[in-house]
Ligand binder design. Structure first.
Ligand code: SF4
Length: 446
């Protein structure tokens, strides 16, 4: 059986592809850092790698299929001594079944097992097959490591809580990422300080339910931790995602109002505007209860941008329920909505419910919702015309002679400058907004 060894002169190489959310993206940064610390070199193509890793997402069926298609595309490489590993949510969800479906896969490891990566790599190097890192939901483990290969030198992620205890009827996460377990605030703050010392100016705190954070040391509430990260010298922006309405408290809004480095943007997934559907989704809040939280955000001193997630076509959603969701968009006036068609997922409570809404109807509802939201955003974004807004430079569109910036409200602002040299990524500067589109702003540096 081939093992991941190369001739003595050449370091072992790996390729990694990441699917899904920011949690997965950050997990991959930690996996990459761990592999590099173990002497592996990262390369950009499957063909040339000794070890091929897919960090997977199973939030919707389409995401899951992508992984098996990829594996199928590259299985021919197995004969050339390449080894395959499946990581992340599909790994934890499917477990050893993956070996049946793709016998050339050697490693299957869920996110809670990454702390055991060095051992699993050693097994691979010994040529072992069918290596697994699968934890049950009760694991206490979090993946804390000093070896994080961050992909961006200016803004970086910190995972403060892993897993989920909410069990929304449509969601696999509680089964693929285990129960909620938070890190100690001391460890989070130490990591944030190390990042500030390394020149990071923006930090994004991550969690499936980031505001369900419960400090292991019992020292800080989520709002206090946010503020403490925001007060670290050198940090100019702090973001957090994803919040759950059930744990959204007023002190989070007060923290945003009192600590200027906390970004004026809240992502608060609602999923549906109908209390009847919210009940069937097991979201455990009602439309009015949710709108009360939105009221807190709207009454803040700083204008806070709001975005959300919505699922259309959940089993049993009537046209009237759907109308309530569209109506809620008008009432809240979000600056952005991530909307998806309901996709039945294994092991979830909703899998036993008849997927009663035909796919054509789901698509039609999704289009109606996206069209309505686009109108709202056109209006919201146009209100910025004439304002001077600070951006962090994220990149350059040389073809258009534009600089790509991001506002603290997480809006893209593409701008021109009279400076002979374009400002470098990571720089902060003021831009006057001269025009707007539903998803972006245009301006000129001042
Ligand atoms: S809160 Fe609900 S939707 Fe979010 S990860 Fe947990 S179960 Fe999934």
């Amino acid at each position: 059986m081939p093992s991941v060894v190369s001739n003595e002169t050449r370091a072992r190489t790996f390729y990694i592809e990441t699917f899904g959310c920011q949690m997965n993206a950050h997990d991959s940064e930690k996996v990459i850092g761990t592999l590099q610390h173990q002497g592996y070199t990262r390369i950009e193509t499957e063909e040339d790698a000794d070890l091929i890793l897919y960090n997977t997402c199973s939030i919707r069926d389409k995401a899951e299929q992508k992984v098996f298609n990829r594996l199928n595309d590259y299985k021919k490489l197995y004969k050339q001594g390449k080894r395959f590993g499946v990581l992340g949510c599909v790994a934890q969800q499917e477990g050893e079944k993956i070996f049946e479906r793709a016998p050339y896969v050697s490693l299957v490891a869920g996110s809670a097992s990454y702390r055991k990566l060095p051992e699993m790599l050693a097994q691979l190097e010994r040529g072992e097959q069918r290596i697994t890192g699968l934890d049950d939901r009760q694991t206490e483990e979090t993946f804390e490591t000093e070896f994080t290969a961050r992909s961006n030198p200016h803004r970086g992620y910190i995972t403060i809580i892993e897993g989920c205890d909410k069990f929304c009827a449509y969601c696999v996460v509680p089964f693929t990422r285990g129960k909620e377990r938070s890190r100690a605030s001391t460890s989070v703050l130490a990591e944030a300080r190390r990042m500030a010392d390394a020149g990071y100016t923006e930090i994004q705190l991550l969690g499936q339910n980031v505001n369900s954070y419960r400090d292991l040391e019992g020292k800080k509430t989520f709002a206090e931790l946010l503020a403490a990260v925001g007060e670290i010298p050198g940090i100019r922006r702090v973001r957090f995602t994803t919040s759950h309405p059930r744990d959204f408290t007023q002190d989070i809004v007060h923290a945003i109002d009192s600590v200027p480095t906390l970004c004026d943007h809240v992502h608060l997934p609602v999923q549906s505007g109908s209390s009847r559907v919210l009940h069937m989704m097991q979201r455990e809040y009602t439309r009015d209860w949710y709108l009360e939280r939105i009221g807190w955000i709207k009454s803040a001193k700083r204008p806070i941008s709001m975005t959300t997630d919505v699922i259309v076509g959940f089993p049993g959603e009537t046209p009237a329920d759907f109308e309530e969701t569209v109506d809620l968009l008008g009432e809240v006036q979000y600056d952005g909505v991530f909307a998806f068609k309901y996709s039945p997922r294994p092991n979830t409570p909703a899998i036993t419910m008849a997927d009663s809404i035909p796919d054509m109807e789901k698509s039609a509802r999704l289009q109606v919702l996206l069209d309505r939201q686009r109108e709202i955003q056109r209006g919201n974004y146009s209100k910025h015309i004439g304002e001077k807004i600070e951006v962090m430079v994220e990149g350059h569109n040389t073809a258009r002679g534009q600089v790509i910036g991001r506002t603290s409200q997480n809006k893209t602002l593409n701008f021109t400058t009279k400076q002979p040299i374009l400002p470098a990524t990571g720089n902060y500067l003021k831009v006057r907004v001269t025009n707007s589109f539903p998803n972006s702003l245009v301006g000129e540096a001042v």
